[in-house]
Design a protein around this ligand. Structure first.
Ligand SMILES: NC(=O)c1ccc[n+]([C@@H]2O[C@H](COP(=O)([O-])OP(=O)(O)OC[C@H]3O[C@@H](n4cnc5c(N)ncnc54)[C@H](OP(=O)(O)O)[C@@H]3O)[C@@H](O)[C@H]2O)c1
Length: 292
């Protein structure tokens, strides 16, 4: 008998399910995308049952769940609830990918491109906007790779809280909280850094060129994830993709975006290979590492 159609069930925590996620799913090979908005741990159980009780275990690798939406914490709670209602002991399980706000694929892409230029097991990095959902994932991947990572925030306590969270996830991680509230903080935050990844809010300049030039002699790679002008790292252009500027390797949001899209599509395709994959940040980064 012919293979059953590949169905992606898109569970979005926002009222309107993301068109972006749906289009990418179709481009990645999903034959049907069933999109649900306003999904929460309270109403998700029948949706999960609809996935696992409709096809036999031998066909369930052709049904998968994608969790998205703008609120990353809501996505994490939803993932945890969905997992509770799978029945792997009976083979009744489907693969799941979490990419709320594009945070997992974006962070994986940023760290993947950094790894092309630096040995991340020894790299000294600074993540600006390191308290946001994308920034925290970047910090986690860099810390897991083994280097030393400074987490920048306008409020030191917020950066310290992120470091504590990372230490719980990656015991012994080399993480350090730094304040980046004013220009006076720059020398301490930038000292000895080879890599800066800016994951700040859209349209906010986190690192003016003047400050970078005066305080960061060890710098080698700059990656800016903010795609809304002005750039998060002044002097890095959105389309930069390994572009050399003033002797530094630069990536802008659109330059990283093409790697992000490749990772996103490959991860979606991976969902249909088994019925028990859970693709969160670490698994998505592993996929990224295997791309050229
Ligand atoms: N290229 C892509 O494919 C792609 C995909 C997804 C997201 N993105 C981009 O990735 C970046 C990070 O996303 P996100 O959702 O994690 O960002 P976010 O939560 O909006 O902001 C991240 C951090 O930026 C800092 N921040 C906020 N407003 C600020 C201001 N006015 N001045 C200085 N710092 C400010 C905050 O840190 P503190 O309060 O701790 O200082 C915040 O935690 C965004 O620019 C987003 O557009 C790119």
């Amino acid at each position: 008998m012919a293979d059953k159609a590949k169905i992606l069930v898109q569970l979005d925590t926002d009222p309107l399910p993301s068109v972006f996620d749906r289009v990418v799913a179709i481009d990645a090979g999903a034959e049907h995308v069933l999109s649900y908005g306003g999904v929460s741990p309270k109403n998700v159980v029948p949706l999960v049952h609809g996935c696992i009780f409709t096809r036999g275990p031998q066909d369930l690798h052709r049904t998968a769940i994608f969790i998205g939406g703008s609120d990353v914490q809501a996505g994490e709670s939803l993932l945890s609830e969905v997992r509770k209602h799978l029945l792997p002991q009976y083979g009744l399980s489907v693969s799941i990918m979490l990419d709320s706000n594009g945070a997992n694929t974006t962070a994986a892409a940023a760290v993947r491109v950094a790894a092309r230029h630096l040995d991340l097991s020894r790299a000294r990095s600074l993540v600006l906007g390191g308290t946001g959902p994308v920034g925290q994932r970047v910090v986690r991947l860099l810390a897991r790779a083994g280097g030393h990572v400074r987490v920048g925030s306008r409020q030191l306590e917020r950066a310290e809280a992120v470091c504590q969270r990372i230490l719980a996830q990656v015991p012994g991680a080399g993480v350090e909280a730094v304040s980046v509230a004013s220009a006076a903080d720059a020398p301490q935050a930038l000292e000895g850094r080879q890599l800066i990844i800016a994951a700040g809010a859209p349209g906010v300049v986190l690192l003016p060129k003047k400050i970078r030039e005066s305080a960061a002699r060890s710098l080698q790679v700059l990656i800016d994830l903010n795609g809304v002008p002005p750039a998060g790292i002044e002097g890095v252009e959105p389309h930069d993709k390994g572009t050399i500027r003033d002797g530094l390797v630069c990536y802008g949001a659109l330059g990283v975006g093409s790697t992000k899209m490749k990772i996103h599509k490959t991860a979606l395709a991976r969902l249909f290979e088994t019925n028990n994959a859970v693709l969160d940040i670490e698994e998505i980064y592993q996929i990224a590492l295997n791309l050229d």
